[in-house]
Design a protein around this ligand. Structure first.
Ligand code: 5RP
Length: 225
């Protein structure tokens, strides 16, 4: 079993019948969604899912997981999602899969958030992984200039065919190549204020529990927010 599958299955143990569950996005979250689907079929687990991307929505529908939109529920009991990096302070970078906007909205309205990662994602400080920033297309060249002037080394995300990547909300992603983010709160506050920035991939003070996959098994860490 690979490490992503290991933590996906481990995290799904936290899901109980009656819960509204936020279903994250990415290759690690994929295994968690599969396991929830299996438990529903084989163990009678009964939940409602709130998906964070069209990819996860398609997967959940194929598995027969009943779904509601974030606006149809009063709250989410538990969200399980992947992450691109998690620092020692339990802050994260997310958005490698371009789903950061819906992921942050669902996490914000969740009573509890679990991130599932393999050990390679645990870092001292954030920043080696490029920080995704979701921007509306209108004025995005101006934002590219602004980010360059600020020394944030922006790259507009393109796919393998060199087409600009569009998010589920038809926005663009600008990845900031920073190497090290010394003060994530300061950067997040600055990004929050920039016109045209819809959301960024700094997920600060949001996670309750992190499940890390190691060769000798999963380890569950409780975060201090
Ligand atoms: O934030 C995300 C998508 O927007 C993913 O959770 C993150 O990129 C991790 O993905 P993976 O599990 O495939 O490494």
């Amino acid at each position: 079993m690979n490490l992503k599958e290991m933590v996906g299955i481990e995290a799904a143990k936290h899901v109980k019948s009656g819960m509204v569950v936020g279903l994250g996005t990415g290759s690690t979250a994929y295994y968690m969604v599969e396991e929830i689907g299996r438990r529903m079929k084989e163990e009678g687990l009964d939940i409602v899912g709130v998906t964070t991307s069209s990819a996860t929505e398609n997967q959940a529908k194929e598995l027969g997981i009943p779904l509601k939109s974030i606006d149809e529920v009063s709250h989410v009991d538990l969200t399980i999602d992947g992450a691109d990096e998690i620092s020692q302070a339990f802050n994260g970078i997310k958005g490698g899969g371009a789903a950061l906007l819906f992921e942050k909205i669902v996490a914000t309205y969740s009573k509890k958030v679990i991130w599932i990662v393999d050990q390679s994602k645990m870092v001292e400080d954030l920043g080696k992984f490029p920080l995704p920033v979701e921007v509306i297309p209108y004025g995005s060249d101006q934002l590219m200039r602004l980010f360059t002037e600020k020394g944030l080394h922006p790259v507009l995300r393109q796919d393998e065919q060199k087409n600009i990547v569009k998010t589920d909300s038809q926005n663009y992603i600008i990845d900031l190549h920073l190497e090290q983010i010394k003060d994530p709160d300061e950067l997040a506050n600055w990004l929050d204020k920039q016109v045209g920035v819809v959301e960024h991939g700094l997920f600060l003070h949001m996670v309750d529990t992190v499940i890390v996959g190691y060769e000798d098994g999963p380890k569950t860490l409780q975060a201090t927010k």
